[in-house]
Write a protein that binds this ligand. Structure first.
Ligand code: LLP
Length: 432
């Protein structure tokens, strides 16, 4: 955690603003994003393309963290967006995002979803299955022009990561299977459909991946597949999944280095096959949003069990960050007012939800804390807010962007009244 910004009193700063000031102004729990950190990662990805002389696009996979302000930053940095739902498409339109630079992924897009995507001007639809090919054909009937599509295939590569977030192995709900000839059949249908313009193929092998070999293998599979069909793609989309360090124990290769290795490897593979170099697209989510995000919590109660452990509770938990409970994900935290202070105790940092699994950090060293102190859990920018729930009827916290010493609310925190705003009284006959 030595990349942390602190002032001369060892207090945590985020984007040039004191964390305790953010907590005072916006309340806790609070999601805070250091916008410059996100911009720098976006630029590092683009730099990898420039460095390898590779044309293509970096599409931010917004499932990691989506809101209008984020889409504005993505547009400012000239990245594309990879979206997965009508809700994300709606948000992009609302943010004024250039929709031609949007790709739309997902394994079960409905007729309504595809209609909405086409009518919203989504640039590229990444088709996942035969039903979608059929539905899209129906959506396009009677419309001018062609819809750009990419076919998602399963490269049969399993990345060594948590089972729930592996997607590239053969036994997956996503994409067209290679071995059984499904991918070939889909290719023939798409090529033969005059309402569709087939741009190429995509693959996504998983998430939180630290090494380049899986990506390179997937790239090779796509190139080999195209060559075997005698097909010259305009685009190969290699997905996302570039890992980040959540704790000091994680030692991933830098995301931009993974991408550079991947680009060079695909360039070699296509050259070997005598193909014209296609554009390459990537879809990073976590690596852009994750390291930039901080979850701020206020310390509350504690329970010391002599000889066993100490539980230290904060005012958030599994509702704002489900990842520890769902994936046994590790995080580390600092005391915002004494970031590098000598550890005084080991605690299990827990939330306030009525569930024993509501643990944010299994074992965290902290300086002495008191109720009211501010704790920051680090690297929570990806799949925290985006997977938030209202479990136990806790409102979803606010999101604040910080840049150049200034903070701005970009998602309002929910109020108690918001929680009942969709409730409707049950009209029991003759009662109430
Ligand atoms: N492209 C596709 C087709 C994907 O399925 C994903 C993630 C990405 C891109 C972005 O992957 P990233 O660069 O963020 O690793 N909720 C889980 C992660 C699920 C990832 C799903 N797909 C977590 O919290 O770890």
């Amino acid at each position: 955690s030595n990349h942390l910004q602190v002032n001369d009193q060892d207090q945590l700063m985020i984007g040039g603003v004191l964390a305790t000031d953010l907590a005072k102004e916006y309340q806790t729990p609070l999601y805070v994003y250091d916008v410059l950190t996100m911009r720098e990662q976006m630029r590092a990805f683009k730099q990898a393309f420039e460095q390898s002389g590779q044309k293509g696009a970096v599409a931010y996979a917004s499932k990691a963290f989506a809101c209008q302000a984020m889409y504005q930053v993505v547009a400012e940095e000239g990245l594309h967006l990879d979206l997965v739902s009508a809700g994300e498409i709606y948000t992009a339109v609302a943010a004024g995002f250039p929709m031609a630079n949007v790709s739309y992924n997902g394994n079960n897009k409905s007729l309504a979803d595809l209609t909405f995507a086409v009518e919203s001007g989504v640039g590229t639809i990444i088709v996942d299955n035969f039903l979608e090919l059929d539905l899209l054909h129906r959506v396009m009937a009677g419309r001018e022009g062609q819809q750009n599509v990419i076919l998602r295939v399963v490269p049969g590569v399993s990345a060594h990561t948590h089972d729930y977030i592996q997607t590239g192995q053969v036994d997956s709900k996503f994409g067209f299977d290679l071995e059984s000839g499904q991918a070939k059949r889909a290719y023939e249908i798409a090529e033969g459909d005059e309402s569709l313009h087939l741009l190429g193929l995509s693959a996504h092998i998983g998430s939180q991946i630290f090494e380049e070999d899986g990506f390179e293998l997937a790239g090779q599979k796509l190139v080999d597949l195209c060559a075997s069909w005698d097909y010259q793609p305009e685009v190969l989309d290699l997905g996302g999944g570039f890992g980040i360090a959540y704790t000091d124990a994680d030692k991933p290769r830098l995301p931009e280095d993974l991408v550079l290795a991947l680009l060079k490897s695909v360039q070699e593979q296509t050259a070997k096959k005598g193909m014209t170099q296609p554009d390459i697209w990537i879809e990073p989510g976590r690596s852009i949003a994750g390291p930039a995000g901080y979850s701020l919590y206020t310390v509350g109660s504690r329970k010391d069990i002599p000889g066993v452990r100490t539980y230290l509770a904060v005012d958030g938990g599994m509702g704002d960050n489900i990842r520890p409970a769902l994936y046994q994900a590790d995080y580390q935290a600092v005391l915002a007012n004494n970031v590098h202070g000598a550890p005084a105790e080991h605690v299990r940092l827990v939330g306030k939800y009525c569930e024993s699994g509501d643990v944010l950090i299994q074992d965290q060293e902290l300086p002495a804390t008191e109720p009211g102190d501010l704790v920051a859990v680090l690297n929570t920018g990806a799949y925290g807010y985006s997977m938030a729930s209202r479990y136990n009827r806790n409102p979803v916290p606010a999101v604040v962007f910080v840049e150049n010493g200034l903070s701005q609310l970009v998602v309002e925190g929910e109020s108690l009244a918001d929680l009942t705003s969709h409730d409707r009284a049950y009209q029991l006959p003759g009662k109430w």
